[in-house]
Write a new protein. Structure first.
Length: 239
């Protein structure tokens, strides 16, 4: 893994955005693997700026998101589809029909998982996959467990994850208990992976990902199996 120490969150965001821009310049119809949460917001803002400046176009690109809450649809302000539309897609020239997020309202959620895996396979995987990381070292919604599921699957969210995500809800109890997430197999199929981590609270999780043993209780550690991973953090990561 390559580890880049950014001076601050803004520099982290610029660095990640430039990597995505370079991907699109070398392949204008690239598949962008995208993430939600607070960490990538700065990256999306920088990409929107670059689009408005004429530095990059998303017109031929496709995107596929990591996850969605079970029970929330695009009209729910807390859904990840709504997040992506508001924070990114509605502000660039991407064709919304080429942007993919799991359908959290599918009544047959297992069928939705299978559909999403087939979609990911049809797209050929992400050319560049943006990731955040949880304080418990989860990526996507792949939570620490005795074993990890390779395929897209439904996961019961840990209390620490629900607490971390509660800033967008009335309370931690209001955060859905379940989510659909791309599994580790899908994440690791990406041609390039960029992991973003901001704030001292993420230091231990990133250390496990970069220097720790590969362990199902630290899902991000499986990124060590990939040969093209860049970690961008705004803190000093001591080995």
């Amino acid at each position: 893994m390559e580890v880049i120490r950014a001076a601050d969150y803004d520099e982290l965001s610029v660095c990640a955005a430039e990597m995505i821009i370079q991907t699109l310049k070398s392949k204008n119809d690239a598949v962008l693997g995208l993430a939600t949460g607070s960490t990538p917001i700065g990256t999306y803002k920088r990409l929107i700026e670059a689009y408005r400046q004429g530095r990059v176009s998303f017109a031929a690109a496709k995107s596929i998101n990591l996850d969605e809450y079970v029970g929330l649809g695009e009209n729910d302000p807390n859904s990840y589809r709504r997040f992506m539309n508001d924070m990114f897609f509605n502000n660039i020239d991407i064709d919304v029909r080429n942007t993919y997020v799991p359908d959290g309202l599918n009544k047959n959620i297992q069928q939705e998982c299978m559909r999403y895996d087939m979609l990911y396979k049809r797209l050929g995987g992400a050319d560049i996959q943006l990731l955040g990381i949880g304080v418990n070292a989860h990526i996507g919604f792949n939570e620490p467990a005795d074993k990890l599921v390779a395929a897209t699957h439904v996961v019961k969210l840990s209390q620490s994850t629900r607490m971390a995500n509660s800033r967008n809800f009335a309370s931690a109890q209001a955060v859905p208990e379940y989510a659909v997430t791309l599994g580790m197999a899908g994440i690791l199929k990406a041609k390039k992976i960029v992991l973003l981590a901001s704030g001292e609270a993420k230091r231990e999780a990133v250390a496990k990902a970069v220097y720790g043993d590969i362990d199902t209780h630290a899902p991000a550690s499986f990124l060590q199996l990939h040969d093209n991973v860049t970690v961008i953090c705004d803190f000093c990561l001591a080995k």
